[in-house]
Ligand binder design. Structure first.
Ligand SMILES: [Zn+2]
Length: 333
């Protein structure tokens, strides 16, 4: 081997191992203790179920912002982490779905029996070497707030739905930032408001995209901390069927790490339903969605932090971090 070729090979190998060291450093930052702290705060009675447009929802947003700022993960927008938007809702408590179209806001917003609600997505970014390509990692932070009392409890804590998903996005943001690596692509971390009212936050966000950067993928988390009683280690791993690599990556990472969850690989043609992934799938953006299925506490006040399986949640978060790393850094997929 001639000397220049040898040096080039050595340089490439060193570059590779530097990147792997950074990736593994990030991986080591993800812990069950972090997840317990984040979910413990977000699903506490003090936040009153994080209803969209309520004081508890705003406290959840302020908490997420304080963590991102603490880690040095920058705001995406020029004027801070919040992306404000409005929705109009009926004052009839039984009308659960809210509207965000400008037509609805201008017409219904002035009508008796309706009111306009101020909402906020939280958006942060790690700029990549190539800002023409972007990967978005998101979870909704709102839940149902105070609702019908069940056994005297009207606070819908939403620990699994979706403090669990928020904890994963927070941990991945922290791990990627503290890894010290600059990713190939820009990575955006998104915490959606008002998913429970009709995917409003993610729908608003995609309506503001102006097409400067290509969105290579959207990774979604909605309910990843529990599992069916008959199969507690189950994970539904949905991904766009056209992107077979997304399935291969998880298979590969499961071989290298002894994760305690059992993935059900679900390559799917149409991910236009279910959660905030729908807002992106409708635009033809490749999607990965982690979800551990429903349980008897779904959308009830009994969805509380102490029922979360933290070991499983942490392993799902680690696997998702490795996938996020690939989404951000693999040359092609
Ligand atoms: Zn949810």
């Amino acid at each position: 081997m001639n000397r220049i070729l040898f040096l080039a090979l050595l340089f490439a190998l060193c570059g590779n191992s530097v990147a792997q060291n950074a990736r593994d450093k990030g991986l080591s930052i993800i812990s069950a203790e972090n997840a317990q702290n984040y979910i413990g705060f977000l699903a506490d009675d003090f936040l009153q179920g994080r209803g969209a447009g309520t004081e508890g929802g705003r406290m959840a947003a302020a908490y997420i912002v304080s963590l991102l700022a603490d880690w040095g993960v920058a705001p995406l927008l020029d004027d801070g982490y919040c992306q404000p938007f409005e929705a109009v809702k009926s004052t009839d408590a039984y009308n659960k779905r809210w509207e965000i179209s400008l037509d609805s806001l201008s017409v219904l917003g002035k009508k008796a029996g309706y009111e306009v609600v101020a909402l906020n997505n939280i958006l942060a970014v790690i700029p990549g070497k190539n800002s023409d390509e972007m990967v978005i990692i998101g979870a909704h932070y709102d839940h149902m707030g105070n609702d019908y009392p069940v056994l005297g409890d009207s606070c819908y804590n939403g620990a699994d739905d979706n403090a669990s998903g928020v904890s994963a996005v927070l941990q991945i943001a922290k791990a990627m930032k503290l890894s010290g690596a600059v990713p190939r692509r820009t990575v955006v971390f998104a915490f959606w408001d008002a998913e429970e009212r009709g995917l409003l936050g993610s729908r608003h966000f995609v309506s503001t995209l102006c097409g400067n950067a290509e969105i290579k993928a959207y990774m979604n988390f909605d309910m990843i901390g529990r599992g069916p009683k008959s199969n507690p280690s189950h994970l539904s791993y949905f991904y766009s069927a056209a992107n077979a690599a997304f399935g291969e990556w998880l298979r590969d990472d499961c071989k290298k790490h002894s994760f305690c969850f059992l993935p059900d690989y679900r390559p799917t043609e149409n991910l236009n339903v279910g959660s905030d992934n729908a807002s992106f799938a409708r635009l033809g953006i490749p999607v990965v969605w982690y979800h551990t299925e429903g349980h008897p506490d779904y959308h009830l006040p009994s969805d509380v932090a102490k029922k979360i399986d933290y070991r499983k949640l942490t392993d799902i978060t680690r696997a998702a971090y490795l996938c996020a790393w690939r989404l951000a850094n693999e040359k092609d997929y």
